[in-house]
Design a protein around this ligand. Structure first.
Ligand code: ADP
Ligand code: MG
Length: 367
């Protein structure tokens, strides 16, 4: 089922309760989430991700804007009638109930036409447990489960009502690194198997990049960019998006454009046809550096870190925004690196230029 957000806005009163003291948690969010897609809402803490999710679930009412599930306007439909499954960071399982009873809990309150028999409930619980692969844990209590298993139970409980939409708010944040990786693959598999339109909130760009069909990057309540993960990474709308995506992060330099040439400090690094003269902020992805003895970007060599397939060259440049520049170079055909200086050529496809004032992307005919 597609989910349509139209000018969705949520304004909270500020701490002082004065009329002009307000928090604009979500501002004019408009987007049509395709049927069956897994969409990540990505951004730093406080950017409005949870508020957006709670507006979609009906736990919060919007200040402005409309929400549609398919063609149905659900803006005024109460949360329990929207048919959404919710999963939170803290699994919020009932500690005194075993897994089976945790899963069927939402079914026991169904009334009228939706009411299920005990057998139907057991059948649904079994089917859902099999889907999230916890069917052999049905008699355990939450305390007897690992964090990853608890989160699977929470996902099963959200799915057992056969929701129209699945909403996940930082579902992996309480898991350790290895379980996080495993569980995110699991979420992707379950989402693909069920085909339920899913909105996944995270502050972790790596998580968002790895499992989503589309990424929505947010900052201070405002959508910055929506696109395929690779698209958002390769073609960021602004410097914030460029810096939020990618590990190691994009390297930022103070630069200038003069006569169609891009300068970093005094180094004439690249042709940038079509870019007007002026001061610019330059972003270079770590994989955008090529080691070359005659390369135009002259850096001070810090150290070389061997990472198996690649090596990471850590260096410095006076025009860099950060004390160190991190470049990733393929370990094959690696020239000797030594001495005080290291020189790079830059791959144009990995260089992005922004306005130093607004952070907006500046495009030339080739960048
Ligand atoms: P995120 O989930 O991206 O970390 P939230 O959606 O929780 O961000 O919050 C967005 C902004 O709205 C933050 O500035 C937060 O302090 C504010 N906010 C969230 N809920 C409330 C509330 N109930 N009352 C006042 N301000 C709120
Ligand atoms: Mg949140």
């Amino acid at each position: 089922m597609k989910v349509v957000l139209q000018n969705l806005t949520k304004i909270f009163p500020g701490r002082s309760k004065k009329p002009d003291d307000v928090v604009v948690a979500v501002k004019d969010f408009t987007y049509e989430i395709p049927d069956g897609a897994l969409v990540a809402l990505l951004g730093p803490s406080g950017c409005g991700k949870s508020t957006t999710l709670n507006l979609i679930s009906g736990l919060l009412d919007p200040t402005k804007g409309r929400i549609f599930f398919g063609d149905e306007d659900v803006t005024d439909v109460p949360a329990e009638k929207r048919g959404v499954g919710l999963v939170f960071q803290n699994y919020a399982l009932y500690p005194h109930l075993d897994v089976f009873h945790n899963i069927i809990f939402p079914l026991q309150n169904l009334r009228g036409e939706a009411k299920l028999t005990r057998e139907q409930m057991a059948e649904r619980a079994k089917r859902t447990a099999r889907l999230v692969q916890i069917e052999n844990l049905m008699e355990r209590r939450p305390a007897e489960l690992s964090g990853g298993q608890q989160q699977r139970v929470a996902i099963a409980r959200a799915l057992v009502k056969e929701p129209r939409i699945l909403l996940l708010d930082e579902p992996l944040s309480n898991l350790d690194a290895r379980l996080r990786l495993q569980t995110r693959e699991e979420i992707r598999r379950i989402q693909k198997e069920t085909g339920i339109t899913t909105i996944f909130v995270t502050h972790d760009q790596d998580e968002a990049m790895s499992i989503s069909d589309r990424i929505v990057v947010m900052k201070e309540g405002t959508v910055q960019q929506i696109g395929l993960p690779q698209e958002v990474y390769d073609d960021p709308a602004n410097q914030f998006v460029a810096q939020f995506l990618g590990t190691p992060p994009i390297n930022v330099f103070r630069g200038a454009v003069r006569g169609g040439r891009l300068y970093i400090g005094e180094d004439d690094v690249l042709a940038v046809p079509g870019v007007p003269d002026g001061e610019v902020s330059v972003g270079v992805r770590p994989e955008g550096f090529v080691l070359r003895p005659d390369g135009p970007l002259v850096c001070r060599l810090g150290r070389v870190e061997v990472m198996g397939r690649d090596v990471s060259v850590v260096s410095a440049h006076d025009a860099a925004a950060a004390p160190t520049i991190r470049s990733i170079i393929s370990a094959e055909n690696l020239p000797d690196i030594g001495g005080a200086e290291v020189r790079f050529a830059l791959k144009p496809a990995k260089v992005r230029i922004f306005s130093p004032e607004t952070g907006e992307r500046i495009r030339g005919t080739e960048l």
